[in-house]
Write a protein that binds this ligand. Sequence first.
Ligand SMILES: Nc1nc2c(ncn2[C@@H]2O[C@H](COP(=O)(O)OP(=O)(O)OP(=O)(O)O)[C@@H](O)[C@H]2O)c(=O)[nH]1
Ligand SMILES: [Mg+2]
Length: 209
Amino acid sequence: MSVSNPIEYSILLLGLDNAGKTTLLEQIKSIYLPSAAMPSGKTVPTVGQNVSTITLPDMYLKIWDVGGQHSLRRLWQSYYSSCHAIVFVIDSTDVGDADIEKLSRGEASDGGRLDECRLVLEDVIQHSETEGVPLLVLANKQDREDCVEVVRVKEGLVRKVFEGEKGGGVRDSRVLPLSALTGTGVREAVEWLRSRVKWNKETRPPVMR
Ligand SMILES: Nc1nc2c(ncn2[C@@H]2O[C@H](COP(=O)(O)OP(=O)(O)OP(=O)(O)O)[C@@H](O)[C@H]2O)c(=O)[nH]1
Ligand SMILES: [Mg+2]
């Protein structure tokens, strides 16, 4: 399939290790690339990068999946200046009840990796090269019974990070539920990205193919 407009936007998938970035890329491929297989649920931690390009009616979307392990996060910044939107994937089963205020008051008995998640998200949005870039936060693993709901991730974590002193500048953002494994929420996520990169195209123009 080819698009009427040979323009390409790049999406960067970020988030802690084990969040589900590679599974999400596999799921996007299985939905948008006719020949791709369904995700098996068996991934290995990413060292380096995976990249795939999908074709939408009015653009190509090039999606970059990078490793989330601590030692690999310093590589993320080399992708910032050329991406048109950032997706921050969160493991909703590993953030306690997703309330960073409770965590800071020492009231959370099990915060999982909530604090690490907050620090990493703050780091991403504070970087000068991500300023104004649309940001989609995905509360992943919503198929699991032990997940926290998207509204808690939104109210307890994302909103507080944005409103805090490390909130970075004004940007287009959204928090959506996802199961990268089953595919629920993937189309909505891609649709949001498609509309927001277009909206922001004067600031970050697409690449011509
Ligand atoms: N139940 C469930 N498991 C998921 C989901 N998404 C990912 N997983 C599982 O979580 C584990 C990690 O997934 P990956 O996609 O490899 O995570 P990643 O973010 O790419 O990790 P790094 O490459 O280390 O940064 C795997 O066992 C996946 O099967 C989901 O939506 N639901
Ligand atoms: Mg990975």
